[in-house]
Design a protein around this ligand. Structure first.
Ligand code: MN
Length: 233
């Protein structure tokens, strides 16, 4: 059977996709990678240590993404939903064992995102040595703003990443204080996975993570990138 004659039991869902600033076309998402413990002050507040040799990578399903302006339902099974504001990198190319130049060339653009976390389930998983999926990869766990192409915003290596909840600043830090820089993360990630066009990377959160409640309004910003706005319902 050739591809053109394949038939499916039910209609496959359309790929998750994200708006691109200044473009009609959307960015189709393949996979969502995340790195943990990438700002020292945040690692300290989590009582964790930072290791350049053994970065903490995890993933979220692509359909966990929530686009700008949409409501985010408070998830089940938790009483401690936390915000983590992060710079997100979007790839239009990939490969294995990338060098720094290839990693940089694979970057299409940048966005602001939230790595929402069931902190109580994550603490249980850490204590039990079990996987983080239910703590990190739940439905609607990855709000993300529109992607700004690097051709417009360049490749930012400094600037203030910030999250306001109900008008009060909860997290703010310069991305220059990342433990692993963006290209170094991609170089490392590409030794574990063959990266491909459509992959996203959440690059870790600075200090100040805290609980969200139903009704909270969030605004995440980074200079030169589209704001991310939404509400917990
Ligand atoms: Mn995170």
């Amino acid at each position: 059977m050739t591809a053109s004659t394949l038939s499916y039991l039910f209609t496959p869902p359309a790929p998750a996709s994200i708006a691109i600033v200044g473009h009609e076309t959307r960015f189709p998402v393949r996979r969502v990678f995340c790195i943990g413990r990438n700002y020292e002050e945040h690692a300290r507040e989590m009582k964790a240590t930072v290791s350049l040799d053994a970065p903490v990578f995890f993933t979220k399903p692509a359909d966990a993404l929530v686009t700008d302006g949409a409501d985010v339902p408070y998830p089940s099974i938790t009483t401690d939903l936390h915000h983590e504001v992060e710079l997100v990198v979007a790839l239009h190319a990939g490969g294995r064992d990338l060098d720094a130049a290839a990693a940089r060339a694979a970057i299409y653009g940048y966005a602001v995102g939230l790595d929402l976390t069931r902190r109580d389930l994550q603490a249980q998983a850490k204590a039990r040595g079990t996987p983080w999926d239910t703590a990190k990869g739940f439905d609607a766990s990855a709000p993300i703003g529109a992607i700004t192409p690097a051709t417009q915003c360049g490749h930012p290596d400094h600037g203030e990443l910030r999250l306001d909840i109900n008008g009060e600043t909860r997290q703010r830090a310069d991305i220059a204080t990342m433990v692993m820089k963006v290209t170094d993360i991609l170089v490392s990630l590409s030794t574990y996975f063959e990266l491909r066009a459509g992959d996203l990377l959440y690059t870790g959160t600075p200090a100040g993570v805290a609980a969200l409640q139903r009704g909270d309004v969030f605004v995440a910003t980074f200079p030169g990138l589209a704001d991310l706005r939404g509400r917990i319902v």
